[in-house]
Each structure stands twice: as structure tokens, then as C-alpha cells.
Design a protein around this ligand. Structure first.
Ligand code: NAG
Length: 499
């Protein structure tokens, strides 16, 4: 039975329905005032909706729309086939000054996450508490309201070694998940949480296992007491891959047991951020049920999932800065300001975006490597301290140097982004080094000022050149390109498969 509509679920949308074309497939008025069931599916927005007019309902043509709805009748669908996320139970369409008022009982989940539960199957937890853990999982699955347009959930059980009980695409509703949880046998062994986190990072969140890419990755680790291996390194790698790690610790080590814990503060070393949001400490297995709602609320607060990969937190950003004589001291300061302004836009830490810089003339100098600083503040002050070198312009050699000194030390799951800034024609060839950079996965942006050569800027830039190459006539106009550059970096990121 569909859940009855409550007031807050009964949403009315007035007006410009960009998807009206699709709502009325061959313009045969499905929506009228007669009542009955229809399906609404929230879909991503896109550009260029054509307007339409049919059955007295006009849709406007819109250049852009953030999201839209697909609507269809449900008469031929069985209730069970319908994910709750697509549903509604009542509807009403009214024409009002050429606008459409569409009222829907919408049970749309805002909680679109790909969730991995790491459950404790070690012997130490015991049979009874293993059952409590399973009940907890079922309650979480219910509260989440699993569905293909909302949260998806898989379970990994760990002991000595981890194994997947089911993955993200095995089940697409809470009921099936509850049944599957019921059948999970306890595997026994130690509590090797670090090993389980590595496993989840390497195997669980793969496309083949149903990872959707667009949904944040969340791993919830259930720990009875404390882990029997170290978690720090495995967690760091998982965070770098964009996994939001939560810990639910039950019956933590008492003061007298602390000497048995092999890695003190393991929770802080593992979770996505140490601000308390990512950890729940439950004093007793018998009060675990109280953690269901708080946990679900946090996991579904997707805007706060700080470890999800974004264009701003998953790059190794290498600046290659022309320090030749033609630039001059004053303009060099402006270039550094530009470098700082671009860097400022990123989230900088050892597991988020990292920044490195090379200055070049005839020669090259590593100003700082990616692993040198891990806070924005430190990066910005290091940029300020770069001193102007003055000399010739060997841009080709500088690119090769940046590949060797910066990007060869880039992390595998970071996007390698090079931003090269120059004000003149290079004395050496840039084509061969640029090609080597592109081939090794570096996404190259070139910024030319004043006398910079367009053909070189384009050779340096990754294709399409138009989005990776910029030219300004004066140093004083450089500031205008900060936003454009960031925007292009993010557009490029969003056009790639995420995980
Ligand atoms: C950098 O940002 C500051 C502060 O917003 C601005 O005044 C300055 O013009 C910018 N400079 C460059 C080169 O981007």
C-alpha cells in the first residue's frame, strides 16, 4: 500500500514544466482533474526545452532547467514494481493563466547515496550481538527506504578477511535487503577493519558492483570494541578515493582495556572528518537501536558528506610559472596573485587537493612539491614566498621538468592538472613535452599573456583547446580568468566518469 500523503509530502508545482513534452508523450492528455494514479520520476535537468501546447496545457520553452519530472500513468504497473522514489498517489492538474499547477504526493528520496555497510563478524562479538547487529542493519535499511532512485546499500562482513554479502545492485528495495540480512551467517575470526576498508576501496565501489558514480560513496563501519589491525593507511586511501567513512563503535575499550587497543584513536584516524559528524559511539549493544535515526539522518545529509569527490577536492594541481626577464617584478607578483586566487578555490589537504609549483626560465626550479604542504594557509603563504628568478624562456623543458618533479609523484586517484602561465614564445620545442604530458594523463591548461604564442598555447593545452587555453593581453587582466578557469576544470571533471 502506498504510504498516505502527509501535508509535507503533498507538493505542488506551479508553472513552467520543462518536461511537459515528455509528460504528455504523444500529446494525449493523461493528466486531468479526474484523479487516479500517476508516476513521477525526478530526472536531471538539461538545456533547451522546447515549449509545447496540448490539451489546453502550455509548457514554456526554457534555456536551462535544473531538474524536471517525467510523468506517466501507473495503471499497467504493479505496485511492487514501483520504487517508492518514483511514486505518488494523487494528482491534480489545473490550468491557470497558461501555467500548470500540478499537485503530487511525492515520496521522493533526497538521499541518493551508495552505501557500504562493513559489519563485524568476528568471534568476539558473539552470536547474540551479531543478531542485534543484523536487526540494526534491517532497521537502517527500512529507515533509508532503499531504491534505485535513492539510496542503494550493500554489505561486507569482516573477520580475518572481508567478503561481500551483497553489493549495491543486488537488491533495490528495503524488503529484499531485510530478507537477505536475515540469512547472513556469522563468519568468525578477528576484527580486521583496516583490511576490510582496503577491500571496500578496491572492490566494493566499482561500476560492476553497481556504483552509480553520481551518488556519494559512504562506508559505515560497525566495530564491536576495537579493530585487531590498523586502519589509518587504509582509511586515508579510501578517503582519497572519495569514500565518506563513518564509524559506529559499540562498547568501546574501557580505561582498563585501553592497553589492548593496537591503534589508539583509531576512529579519528579513519573517519572522513574528525568533527564528530562521522562517528557514533554506542555504550551498549542493547542501546544500538537508538543510533538508527541519527545515523540515517547524517548519511542522507549529502551536502555535508565532505569526502565525496568533487572537482575541488580531488586534484593534484601543478603550476608551471614563467619567471623570464620579460615578465618583470611587478607582473610576477600579479602572476603569483593569480596562482593564489586559483588555489584558494580548491579544498586543500593531504587527502583532498594538493598544490605544487615549478618556476622556470632557461632552467627550472621546484618551488614546492605536492606533498610539501597540506593546508590552504600553508600553500598560500608558500606561493607568496616564491621569488622572481628572471632569465630566458624554455617552456618545453619546464613541462618535462614538471612531469618528472611534480606529476610523477601524483597519487593514482587524483586528477593531474597542470596550469602553465607564460608571457612569451618558448626558446625550445613545447610540442613533444606537451604530448608526453597529455599521454601520461596530465590535463593541461595554458594561460598566455601579452607576447605568448597562440600556437604554443594550443599545443600545450589538452584538447579541446578552446576550453584549456586562455589568452590575456595584459597582466592586469589576468584576474578575469580565475572563475573561468575553475569553471572549466569543474566542467571537465563532471564530464568524466567519477569513480
Ligand atoms: C586576486 O584576488 C584579489 C581579491 O579578490 C583581487 O583583488 C585580485 O585582483 C586578484 N588578482 C588576480 C591576478 O587574480
Amino acid at each position: 500500500h502506498p504510504t498516505p500523503c502527509t501535508v509535507e509530502r503533498f507538493l505542488c508545482f506551479l508553472g513552467e514544466f520543462p518536461a511537459l513534452d515528455t509528460m504528455f508523450p504523444p500529446c494525449s492528455g493523461i493528466i486531468d482533474n479526474a484523479g487516479g494514479k500517476i508516476l513521477v520520476q525526478k530526472v536531471a535537468g538539461h538545456s533547451g526545452y522546447r515549449g509545447s501546447f496540448s490539451n489546453g496545457v502550455r509548457s514554456l520553452s526554457l534555456p536551462r532547467w535544473r531538474e524536471s519530472f517525467l510523468v506517466a500513468g501507473t495503471d499497467r504497473l504493479l505496485e511492487e514494481d514501483v520504487s517508492r522514489l518514483l511514486i505518488l498517489a494523487r494528482r491534480k492538474a489545473v490550468r491557470k493563466e497558461q501555467k500548470l499547477l500540478l499537485c503530487l504526493c511525492v515520496l521522493i528520496s533526497d538521499c541518493k547515496v551508495d552505501l557500504s555497510f562493513l559489519i563485524d563478524g568476528s568471534w568476539s562479538i558473539g552470536k547474540r550481538r551479531f543478531q542485534i547487529q543484523k536487526r540494526f542493519l534491517s532497521n537502517v535499511a527500512d529507515a533509508l527506504d532503499v531504491g534505485s532512485a535513492g539510496p542503494l546499500m550493500g554489505i561486507v562482513q569482516y573477520g580475518n578477511d572481508p567478503s561481500t554479502e551483497f553489493n549495491l545492485k543486488t537488491y533495490t528495495n528495503s524488503k529484499d535487503i531485510r530478507n537477505a540480512i536475515e540469512k547472513i551467517p556469522q563468519k568468525g575470526g578477528l576484527s580486521n577493519v583496516g583490511r576490510a576498508l582496503s577491500f571496500v576501496n578496491k572492490n566494493f565501489f566499482s561500476d560492476a558492483n553497481g556504483n552509480r558514480g553520481g551518488a556519494p560513496n559512504v562506508a559505515i563501519v560497525m566495530v564491536d570494541g576495537w579493530p585487531t589491525d590498523k586502519v589509518e593507511e587504509a582509511s586515508r586511501l579510501a578517503r582519497e578515493s572519495g569514500i565518506n567513512i563513518f564509524f559506529v563503535t559499540i562498547e568501546e575499550a574501557a580505561e582498563s582495556e585501553k592497553q589492548n587497543v593496537i591503534e589508539p584513536d583509531f576512529v579519528d584516524k579513519a573517519v572522513c572528518r574528525t568533527n564528530g559528524f562521522y562517528s557514533l559511539s554506542v555504550p551498549s549493544w542493547f542501546s544500538l537501536h537508538k543510533a538508527v535515526q541519527p545515523l540515517v539522518k547524517r548519511v542522507c545529509d549529502t551536502d555535508r558528506l565532505a569526502c565525496s569527490k568533487t572537482c575541488l577536492n580531488s586534484a593534484d594541481l601543478g603550476f608551471v610559472i614563467d619567471g623570464s626577464s620579460s615578465v618583470g617584478t611587478g607582473n610576477f607578483r600579479t602572476v603569483l596573485q593569480f596562482v593564489a586566487n586559483v588555489s584558494k578555490e580548491f579544498e586543500i589537504s593531504d587527502t583532498d587537493t594538493r598544490v605544487g609549483a615549478v618556476q622556470y626560465t632557461y632552467e627550472q626550479r621546484l618551488e614546492f612539491a605536492f606533498d610539501r604542504y597540506n593546508s590552504k594557509q600553508d600553500v598560500l603563504s608558500a606561493i607568496k614566498r616564491i621569488s622572481y628568478w628572471s632569465g630566458g624562456t624554455s617552456t618545453g623543458a619546464a613541462i618535462s621538468y614538471a612531469l618528472e618533479q611534480l606529476f610523477s609523484k601524483s597519487k593514482p586517484n587524483k586528477r593531474k592538472i597542470m596550469i602553465l602561465i607564460t608571457d612569451g614564445r618558448s626558446y625550445d620545442d613545447v610540442r613533444v613535452p606537451a604530448m608526453a604530458a597529455h599521454q601520461s594523463g596530465v590535463i593541461a591548461y595554458s594561460i598566455g599573456i601579452a607576447w605568448a604564442a597562440h600556437d604554443e598555447l594550443e599545443a600545450i593545452a589538452t584538447d579541446p583547446d578552446k576550453e584549456h587555453s586562455f589568452f590575456v593581453d595584459e597582466f592586469d587582466h589576468l584576474y578575469q580568468f580565475v572563475n573561468q578557469l575553475i569553471q572549466n576544470i569543474c566542467t571537465e571533471f563532471n564530464s568524466q566518469p567519477r569513480n
